[in-house]
Design a protein. Structure first.
Length: 316
């Protein structure tokens, strides 16, 4: 006796969590995605012209940007999503915490969404492909906006048990995921608190909050989202992949090497995305440091033969 195949509607529902995002979550999404960006647009020029920027602000911005950014690229992406290396428990927990400070998503939701993206990359089912509406210029403009930020406001969330059962079964990671709201509060308030204590002034606290919380979160969000949007439309394709992933060199530093996106989609478990000469990949360097310290092991570094087999002609 044969079993009838599941209907497309049933299959689509299985991709999503039975419980969609709540109204409170969607309101908070607006607060932590839209408001920092609006605050930057409104206040950054005035703050700069008035000299409202100190070395304390610059230092706090850099530290929190690097920690939360590498938490996403090394932790959420290369480690938790793709298993590019194995990590001892303290590093595993530390990467989950650091990535959560980016305010992008809890670690399990982030990983589930990104694994689903790779399963359907630039095809039906991809949660944030810029090609979802077509390939003419009007469709691409609409698609770029959706891939960059519009998809975040969808009510549905990717099914965690289907796409991240390993993390659902990891008690330490589950604890970090469940503490996401507290980590968000920490990420937003700690820079201002440190700035206030260092300068011993309310103005110092407010300035640090503006630059190292609002500006830092806004910049990191848009750099991360640019990988979903810009790096699937513009740039150079150097390796064979089944999607439209591209390399965008000018995003390499700010994205910690994530914008070498074409190789990543050609070889998703590779720990180094910028594997060719001149492709700067800070995340890979950090993984190398973790490996030398003994905190990371079984790192999947690029294999020359595998790269050569996937490499497109130089004229591509």
């Amino acid at each position: 006796m044969t079993t009838a195949p599941a209907s497309p509607e049933k299959t689509a529902r299985a991709e999503l969590e039975p419980e969609p995002k709540s109204a409170v979550e969607r309101v908070l999404l607006v607060v932590f995605v839209v408001l920092p960006f609006l605050a930057v647009l409104a206040a950054a020029p005035l703050a700069w012209s008035l000299g409202w920027l100190s070395w304390v602000d610059v230092t706090l911005f850099a530290v929190f940007y690097i920690v939360s950014g590498l938490g996403v690229t090394v932790g959420f992406h290369r480690y938790f999503t793709h298993g590019s290396f194995k990590a001892k428990k303290p590093l595993r927990v530390g990467l989950a915490v650091a990535g959560s400070l980016s305010l992008e998503m809890g670690v399990i939701d982030w990983v589930a969404t990104h694994r689903r993206h790779h399963k359907y990359s630039d095809a039906a089912g991809d949660p944030h492909s810029p090609w979802r509406y077509g390939n003419d210029w009007k469709a691409l403009i609409k698609g770029l906006f959706y891939a960059h930020v519009g998809w975040l406001f969808e009510k549905e969330r990717t099914n965690r048990q289907r796409y991240a059962p390993d993390l659902m079964a990891d008690r330490a990671v589950r604890k970090v995921h469940d503490a996401f709201s507290w980590l968000v509060a920490t990420s937003m308030t700690l820079p201002g608190l440190i700035g206030g204590l260092v300068t011993w002034s309310p103005a110092g606290a407010l300035s640090a909050f503006f630059w190292a919380s609002l500006v830092r979160v806004s910049l990191l969000h848009h750099v991360t989202w640019s990988i979903n949007s810009v790096c699937h439309v513009f740039g150079r394709k150097q390796f064979g992949s089944r999607d439209q992933s591209r390399n965008v060199w000018w995003l390499a530093i700010l994205s910690f090497g994530e914008s070498w996106h074409n190789l990543h989609h050609a070889d998703p478990t590779c720990a180094r995305h910028g594997a060719l000469r001149g492709q700067i990949d800070p995340s890979a360097r950090v993984i190398r440091w973790f490996e030398k310290l003994g905190w990371a092991y079984d790192v999947r570094w690029p294999d020359p033969e595998r790269l050569a087999a996937k490499r497109l002609p130089a004229t591509a």
